[in-house]
Design a protein around this ligand. Structure first.
Ligand SMILES: C[S@@+](CC[C@H](N)C(=O)[O-])C[C@H]1O[C@@H](n2cnc3c(N)ncnc32)[C@H](O)[C@@H]1O
Length: 265
């Protein structure tokens, strides 16, 4: 994992060089539409405040839970006994990105959504409310964390979420065999190159024309940057958008030429 100094330097470079207009001047009607109607959509949608209230509750919980460290994403907290509030402040996707995921789901209306890495389920709630008719499958390996996520889903009465407790390596193939094709997948756990690329291979076999894949922390470490480059080069990948903290992949053979965009967000 890069040091915070390295990340800051990289972020500054991204911030200064990324495309930063409302969309005019971008040579892709699809990306223009994405910027205008999804990325820069500033409306306050109904579920935002309800889900953020659930996040606030988690940020106040001082109880400790026993957590097995499964992935490479736990650079901030090393011990196995963790305070719920600490996990909520360090592991959950920040509001801005979680709400972007909501808007992506709301706009493109994927029917089958998969999340690798539930944590306490805040982003899962955004995915599930973006399209109430979609089914959201989410996998979490740490039992105590998964338990709290389920409480969150029950508390918000979200019935379209199915939480699987288990390691991605075991749970993903089983789930994919069951759900067949994926409309959108959010890969947010085990931030290492080999497992990430392995999940991508599996997800691509269950993708269709309009599948959207979203990767967290693509600039978090040298190996995640390598994984992101390899994803961009995959022949099935036609369009990618780098927002620094997340990378979005659109699989659409209608886009005849491969295009990669870096956009300020
Ligand atoms: C960054 S958090 C997910 C945050 C959540 N998606 C959100 O946006 O709020 C990553 C989660 O993935 C889980 N995880 C990491 N590697 C895993 C693996 N190999 N199998 C199952 N769960 C894993 C961790 O326990 C952790 O809760």
């Amino acid at each position: 994992m890069y040091s915070s100094f390295q990340i800051t330097k990289k972020y500054l470079r991204y911030y200064l060089t990324a495309f930063n207009a409302k969309g005019h001047g971008i040579h892709s009607p699809f990306v223009f539409d994405f910027i205008k109607n999804v990325l820069r959509d500033k409306k306050r949608y109904g579920p935002y405040h309800i889900i953020e209230a659930a996040r606030q509750q988690l940020l106040k919980r001082s109880a400790t839970i026993e957590v097995a460290d499964l992935g490479a994403g736990s650079g901030i907290i090393k011990t196995n006994k963790r305070v719920v509030a600490d996990i909520a402040s360090s592991s959950l996707k920040p509001v801005k990105y979680a709400q972007l995921l909501y808007r992506i789901v709301k706009y493109y209306q994927p029917q089958t959504i998969l999340e690798l890495g539930t944590s306490f389920g805040i982003t899962t709630c955004y995915l599930a409310t973006g399209n109430a008719n979609a089914k959201v499958y989410t996998i979490e390996g740490a039992a105590a964390i998964a338990g709290i996520a389920q409480e969150t889903f029950d508390g918000l009465q979200l019935k379209n979420i199915e939480l699987t407790e288990g390691n991605f390596d075991d749970a993903l193939p089983v789930l994919l065999a069951k759900i067949n094709t994926i409309g959108l997948a959010f890969i947010d756990g085990n931030h290492r190159a080999a497992p990430t690329l392995n999940y991508v291979q599996q997800l691509l076999q269950h993708s269709k024309v309009a599948t959207i894949l979203i990767f967290d922390d693509i600039h978090w470490s040298a190996e995640m940057e390598e994984a992101w480059t390899s994803i961009q080069q995959n022949p099935k990948v036609t369009l990618t958008i780098d927002l620094f903290f997340i990378g979005i992949v659109f699989l659409n053979p209608d886009f005849k030429i491969k295009q990669h965009f870096t956009i300020r967000f």
